[in-house]
Design a protein around this ligand. Structure first.
Ligand SMILES: Cc1cc2nc3c(=O)[nH]c(=O)nc-3n(C[C@H](O)[C@H](O)[C@H](O)COP(=O)(O)O)c2cc1C
Length: 180
């Protein structure tokens, strides 16, 4: 039997990312789980307009998307509990910069995507930022034969419905092969 849940978004789990941006000249970090792949070279972020980070993305035209590991869950969650409006989050992580020089990235995250803002879609309560990935940085240790192995990354999966973090399960089949 089906139960009506109302218009409930169930597109979870999503990877928990930490988006980095320069705001008023300082790095600010915000957990964002409402991320999307627009095409293979670009990403989208659904960011409430109330957040401090949005102005920095608009001003610099850049941001970073960092993938924290399960071990970083406390610092990741903390960044989502406090706002850059009242708390300086610039020293929580070790920051590095890449090609764009204006997209702060997190050294402790094993994967970092440096993005140039190419489009902002103005939703009533949210800014939808679309960024082109200009470079991706990755810790050597998470590669297996030159490919990112997410078993080694141990991303933090987020589910809004139960407001919880989950871990990645096991690989169980090969895509574009198992159905042949
Ligand atoms: C796991 C997690 C995921 C989140 N995902 C989003 C999101 O996708 N979009 C959003 O607008 N806020 C999201 N938030 C809320 C912001 O991260 C939070 O309000 C943050 O403190 C805002 O920081 P800022 O004001 O310094 O920009 C999330 C929070 C957590 C803990």
């Amino acid at each position: 039997m089906k139960v009506n849940l109302g218009a409930k978004n169930c597109l979870y789990p999503m990877p928990t990312t930490i988006v980095g941006a320069l705001v008023n000249g300082k790095p600010n970090y915000i957990p964002i789980a409402h991320v999307g792949i627009m095409d293979l070279g670009s990403v989208s972020l659904g960011m409430g307009k109330v957040h401090y980070t949005n102005a920095g993305i608009k001003e610099n035209g850049s941001f970073s998307v960092n993938i924290p590991s399960v071990k970083m869950v406390k610092t990741t969650d903390y960044c989502g509990l406090v706002s850059g409006k009242t708390t300086d989050k610039s020293a929580i992580f070790k920051t590095f910069y890449g090609k764009l020089k204006t997209a702060p990235m997190i050294e402790e995250c094993k994967i970092n995507m440096e993005c140039e803002l190419i489009k902002t879609v103005d939703f009533p309560s949210h800014d939808i930022f679309v960024g082109k990935i200009v470079e991706t940085y990755c810790d050597q240790e998470v590669l297996t034969d030159g490919v990112v192995n997410f078993d080694k990354v141990q991303p933090i999966l987020f589910v809004m419905n139960d407001r919880s973090y989950w871990t990645l399960g096991e690989r169980f089949a090969k895509a574009w092969e198992v159905g042949k």
